[in-house]
Design a protein around this ligand. Sequence first.
Ligand code: BGC
Length: 302
Amino acid sequence: MHDYVIALDVGASKVMAARVCNQGRLEALHQQKTPVCAETGESLTCLAQIAQELMLPNRAPLALGIGVPGTVDIKAGQCWCAPNLHWHRIDVARILTSQLEIPVFLDNDANAAAVAEHRLGAGRDRTHLLVITLGTGIGSGLILGGQLYRGAHGIAGELGHVPVLGNGQVCNCGNRGCLETTFSALALAEQASHTYKRRVRARDLIDWAQDGDAQAMALLRRATSHLTQTLVGVVNLLDLELIVLGGGLASAGEIVRGPIAQTLASRVMPRPGPPIEVRLAECGPQAGVIGAGLIAWDGLLT
Ligand code: BGC
């Protein structure tokens, strides 16, 4: 029997969990709705239970790696703000360590996805890249010079909270007009429900666009343009070589990737070398859980 860690990728809508070996291979992958309880402590107890159910009877895991959809102080093991879960300054690592009695390594969900895509997925041949997770919220992980870049306080990569509409909707983060209010599963579902005058999920919208529905296509294009505009700025600022599109909305494939690649090719500053590349993620919906596992393995070595 081999050593393993448990990994949890906690999204605003669903949790993925698995046992992860030190190469990032998953066992017993499990998915369920994100537990939303009145008290955050209760939600964490539910997460601890999910982890416990994955533990092998005769061999304890070496650690738990957990990615959460918000800003994280990795040293303190605290989640400062997860806008779509309404978490503020939660001692995630301390609470889970006391319940599970194993080391807990906490990180941002998109950082985890970026680690997975960089080591094992679409970014494995690149050193300066941005991995974007397009889901209920929008997150991103920056790999600069081959290393995950965290910034001064560990919160770098909050792409979803770049303001793109001066007078836009109020975002769950408290700001106004964030990218996430125009292009996220929640925002798209809202826009589509308004257009079609009935309840439409982001998933339906993508299916219809893929079937050639002009209205669905137009909606996706318009939302994508806000993301693209943000990315032109990010690429100019950081001189990236690759953008990786992941998360549920990336399943729209070329409908989203194509226009982003085209616009970036024509709008980023002239530069030497090949144009910026835009690729679809390769680790699939499991990127976050693989990355959370790899982060735990890394943490055990430091
Ligand atoms: C959060 C990010 C997170 C992203 C994806 C955003 O609302 O602020 O930290 O990575 O959602 O879950």
